[in-house]
Design a binder for this molecule. Structure first.
Ligand code: FAD
Ligand code: NAD
Length: 466
């Protein structure tokens, strides 16, 4: 039986990054993946393909809506969805191949097959050509998550679909009904809205992206309504049924009034559940919590000190970069180092256009915690850069401690917010004050100037260009 220093089950951004870091630190490493391609949810059916379709659909939207204003005259653009999906798949394939290359480069042994615990040091890999057992001194569970199913809306994968099917539809829906106004619902909803579908979003809470700062929800709602998306907020879905090409979604509002929506596709995007099916956790006596997540301590160790768990399968934000940070942390712990993760500074992004991005505390969280804070904001429409590119919607909002001026949260909706939020992460990692950021030179003209202006507004209530 081959023995390794570290065996990792699952090759998503948690598992494959842990593998690379452990190999860099001189460990012998095996990674086990049940699918034939590496990269997990993120690369195969998550972050990468969704961003490819978001970019393609945004190009189409701009061709229709803003080319003429830019002085570009084209014939009426039309969609070749097959080509759009096939380009997306090429991007996915290249990215997954990149991970396979990195495994080879770092001398990581890849096993294709379902991994399951035989005991706390032995894993069985059910490969196409039979079972193989391996042993490891340390094991990392990085098995990720799967879409949550509603009991009355089982995925038939044809009309009642999850994000995985929504990434490879063969036609643009006439009417896409989205259950869940969270990240997946809004990203994929906006893809099809831009491509011409009628899109209705049914959300249980009274606002979309309910875990983000309230100002972001409000602004994004406005933007998406302009795109034609219809919202049914504070609606509880009670039934979903598919007959032929029609899906019917029934929901009740706060007052108990029932709405019934007919569409041709229903995307259920109400969250994801940790995935441990077939992993044989019971054979190693590994504990899970009441939500099915593998229980871990602050060092991401399970109830066995040499078995760790990371990423979507444990508590915390279900984000690729959070999984990767945890993979790095565990590999370094195994190598005897003392790394740390500041979970408060894991940024969150929604890749609509404009994008929404956030780090640190929301205004709602500060209020609830009774923290005395001040807020500064600045709209993108007041920036020359935003006028040049016609990206006028959105704003940057900075929340700072009222007494010390330390930045406690940065939230933005606007062009390239996904990239701009890195400034907030850096500032907060070094515990910068709003004044620190307001005194740093920001190149002109850039979208980043909105951050400096919002910091000025938070510091002294004086933005320069407002
Ligand atoms: P996963 O990526 O889920 O990988 C787990 C892997 O383990 C899978 O390949 C699975 O096949 C394998 N596996 C499971 N059980 C076994 C077993 N027993 N044996 C062998 N292999 C096994 N996050 C972002 O940060 N940014 C985004 O833009 C973003 N966009 C997303 C868009 C969509 C549509 C979706 C669905 C998700 C998106 N996410 C995004 C979330 C992101 O994909 C996840 O947070 C991330 O993939 C979690 O990484 P992971 O390594 O924990 O697990
Ligand atoms: P989510 O948690 O972001 O949103 C789910 C939404 O569904 C919430 O607004 C919730 O209130 C609502 N909801 C729950 N039950 C409902 C019901 N019965 N009826 C109506 N609404 C209901 O989950 P998601 O959008 O499915 O995404 C899953 C995970 O994937 C998220 O944790 C997210 O972090 C990750 N993801 C991240 C990105 C990104 O980083 N850009 C993109 C896609 C997915």
């Amino acid at each position: 039986m081959t023995e390794y220093d570290v065996a990792i089950i699952g090759s998503g951004p948690g598992g494959y990054v842990a593998a690379i870091r452990a190999a860099q630190l001189g460990k012998t490493v095996a990674i086990i993946e049940k699918y034939s391609t590496l990269g997990g949810t993120c690369l195969n059916v998550g972050c990468i393909p969704s961003k490819a379709l978001l970019d393609s659909s945004e190009h189409f939207h701009n061709a229709n809506k803003s080319f003429a204003e830019h002085g570009i005259v084209i014939n009426e653009p039309s969609i070749n969805l097959e080509q759009m999906i096939s380009r997306k798949q090429k991007v996915v394939d290249q990215t997954c191949d990149g991970v396979a290359f990195l495994m080879k480069k770092n001398k990581i042994v890849v096993y294709e097959g379902l991994g399951s615990f035989v005991d706390s040091h032995t894993i069985n890999v059910a490969k196409k050509d039979g079972d193989e057992k391996i042993k490891a001194t340390n094991i990392i569970i990085a098995t990720g998550s799967k879409p949550t199913e509603l009991p009355f809306a089982k995925f038939d994968k044809k009309r009642i679909i999850s994000s995985t099917e929504a990434l490879k539809l063969k036609e643009v829906p006439d009417h896409l009904i989205v259950i869940g106004g969270g990240v997946i619902g809004l990203e994929l909803g906006s893809v099809y809205a831009r491509l011409g579908a009628k899109v209705s979003v049914v959300e249980y809470m009274d606002r979309i992206i309910p875990t983000m700062d309230g100002t972001m929800s409000k602004e994004l709602t406005k933007v998406l309504k302009k795109l034609g998306v219809k919202f049914y907020l504070s609606h509880k879905v009670s039934d979903v049924s598919a007959k032929g090409k029609t899906v019917t979604v029934k929901a009740t509002d706060k007052k108990g009034a029932e709405v019934s929506l007919d569409g041709d596709y229903c995307l259920v995007a109400v969250g994801r559940r940790p995935y441990t099916d077939g992993l044989g956790l019971e054979n190693a006596g590994i504990k899970v919590d009441d939500r099915g997540r593998v229980e871990v301590n602050e060092n991401l160790q399970t109830n066995h000190a040499h078995i760790y768990a990371i990423g979507d399968v444990v508590k915390g934000a279900m984000l690729a970069h959070k999984a990767s940070e945890e993979g790095t942390l565990v590999a370094e712990l195994i190598a005897g180092q003392k790394p740390h993760i500041n979970y408060n500074l894991i940024p969150g992004v929604v890749y609509t256009w404009p994008e929404v991005a956030s780090v640190g505390k929301t205004e709602e969280q500060l209020k609830e915690a009774g923290v005395e804070y001040k807020a500064g904001s600045f709209p993108f429409k007041a920036l020359g850069r935003a006028r040049a590119s016609m990206d006028l919607e959105g704003l940057v909002k900075i929340l700072a401690d009222k007494n010390t001026d330390e930045i406690l949260g940065m939230h933005m909706i606007g062009p390239r917010a996904a990239d701009l939020i890195a400034e907030g992460v850096v500032a907060m990692e070094y515990r910068a004050s709003a004044e620190d950021v307001s005194r740093m030179s920001h190149a002109h003209p850039t979208f980043a100037e909105a951050i400096k202006e919002a910091a000025l507004d938070a510091t002294e209530g004086r933005a320069l260009h407002m």
